[in-house]
Design a protein around this ligand. Structure first.
Ligand code: GLN
Length: 487
């Protein structure tokens, strides 16, 4: 059987456990697809064929002995921001081009423990800074629906890989939208958990108070299965929350009758493409048919989320990226004259322009003279945005709206204008500033291009967010659509 890519991750996991096919067969077939489409999509930075097949063979032995876990033998890909023992972890940067991690990130070790097989490492914006996957040192990823277009970023490799069915699932991270936004532009399901739900240990830091690991899959049901294994307390991450992980799979399927859906007034105002809005309204009608009630809510401070984010995230990144000094690991310049020269040239050569722009902005807003005016003020507005969300969730169960203002755009269209690029994140950043869980699911097309519907819930309501996403997917088949070239 060579059509494993047409099965869902849940079906693959079940078939492996029932021993209808082997992990070596499944893994081999996904590796073959990855290799065949790498030249077109550039979705991967490293393809770990031999290690994957060895893990698959071990999985098959475990399955034969009946000792497998829920994901035993299921191949997945990891965003190249997650450290993988013995495998190069670049974070999309020349700075880490030669970096082989001595340990696994907790996300990686948990999924390994659940039996998953690692196919390779997916391409991404450099240090996860970007909305289009065009800042990667390894070149842009192409959107499988139209290779002249961006896949979204920064987890563009993960989203493109799942959209083209090169992997049934791929890990991803979301600091300002990097799981939901590429999921939307590639027509797949992306889930960003609550801040603290998934360990950040071994996930290379961009902006530590915003970064959160999550998953991109074809459907919410698949995402529930993987997230159940990824989530949970980790003593190695001091911001990981010690709270029980619900059975996300078991909680699916509850009726939505009486669910109160909030429509954010601010999301439907200027800037939203009319055709995208149309798809969102059609999806909302389906929710009404399922018994949900729609009410408009307003988050007055939300329009400030982009400027707040672009102060807070660069500030944190300027501090996090100070560790790349050419001394301990990563890129080191040739023949430094002295220590200053070593720092300057190693960093000058190792980082790309977007990363440098963020480090400079961040250093500026943290400097003694400007700290109060920019950083402190941004933190205060962040608190107001958080309060707006908490108030909204007193009257509604979830917020639903668009994930992005437009469908995928052309490669190169926004690279010369960082502000226009930053405005892409207008609908996703709020959830990061407040630490809330969110998902993006496919809800239709504009022409040939997929549109994403965003669901955001209160803190630690992943089970509800997944339920709401899954209920829609039980009524529609948008999440099963695959671009023709990859069917
Ligand atoms: N696009 C946003 C940025 O460039 C978010 C990136 C992310 O979530 N990692 O910072």
């Amino acid at each position: 059987m060579s059509s494993f890519h047409t099965l869902s991750l849940t079906e693959l996991a079940q078939g492996l456990r029932a021993r209808r096919f082997s992990s070596v067969e499944v893994t081999g077939s996904f590796l073959e697809r990855i290799e065949r489409h790498q030249g077109t999509l550039n979705a991967f930075i490293s393809i770990t064929r031999e290690a994957a097949l060895a893990q698959a063979a071990a999985a098959d032995r475990a399955l034969a002995q009946g000792t497998g876990g829920v994901l035993t033998g299921v191949p997945i890909a990891h965003k190249d921001i997650f450290c993988t023992e013995g495998v190069r972890t670049t974070c999309g940067s020349r700075m880490l081009d030669n970096f082989v991690s001595p340990y696994d990130a907790t996300v990686v070790s948990r999924l390994k423990a659940a039996g998953a097989v690692t196919l390779g490492k997916t391409n991404m914006d450099e240090f996860a800074m970007g909305s289009s996957n065009e800042t990667s040192f390894y070149g842009p990823v192409k959107n499988p629906w139209n290779t002249a277009l961006v896949p979204g970023g920064s987890s563009g490799g993960s989203a493109a890989a799942v959209a083209a069915r090169l992997a049934p699932a791929a890990t991803a991270t979301d600091t300002g939208g990097s799981i939901r936004q590429p999921a939307a532009l590639c027509g797949v399901t992306g889930v960003k958990p609550t801040y603290g739900r998934v360990s950040r240990y071994g996930m290379i830091a961009f902006a530590s108070s915003l970064d959160q690991g999550g998953i991109i899959c074809a459907s919410a049901a698949d995402a529930a299965l993987v997230l159940r294994e990824m989530a949970g307390f980790d003593p190695k991450d001091s911001t990981s929350v010690d709270a029980p992980v619900p059975d996300y799979v078991g909680e699916l399927g509850r009726p939505l009758k009486g669910l109160k859906i909030g429509l954010l007034k601010e999301f439907f105002e200027k800037g939203l493409d009319r055709a995208v809005e149309q798809r969102i309204r059609e999806a909302l009608a389906i929710y009404e048919e399922l018994g949900a009630q729609l009410t408009e809510v307003s988050l007055p401070h939300l329009p400030l989320s982009v400027p707040v984010y672009y102060v807070v995230a660069p500030a944190e990144c300027s501090s996090n990226l100070a560790r790349f000094d050419g001394v301990r690991f990563g890129h080191r310049c040739e023949n430094p004259r002295d220590l200053q020269d070593l720092y300057r040239r190693s960093r000058g050569e190792g980082f790309g322009p977007e990363v440098k722009r963020r480090i400079m902005t961040g250093t500026y807003v943290l400097s003694a003279g400007y700290y109060d005016a920019y950083y402190l003020k941004a933190q205060r507005v962040r608190a107001l945005i958080n309060e707006d969300f908490i108030r909204a969730f007193k009257s509604v169960d979830v917020l639903i709206g668009p994930t992005t203002p437009t469908p995928a755009f052309e490669l190169g269209a926004k690279t010369s204008d960082p502000i226009t690029m930053y405005l892409n994140d207008i609908y996703t950043i709020g959830a990061n500033l407040a630490g809330l869980p969110g998902a993006s699911i496919p809800c239709g097309f504009v022409g040939e291009l997929p549109v994403g519907l965003q669901v955001v819930g209160p803190h630690f309501s992943e089970a509800r967010v997944l339920q709401v996403a899954d209920a829609f997917q039980r009524q529609t088949d948008w999440h099963t659509r695959v671009p023709k070239a990859f069917a």
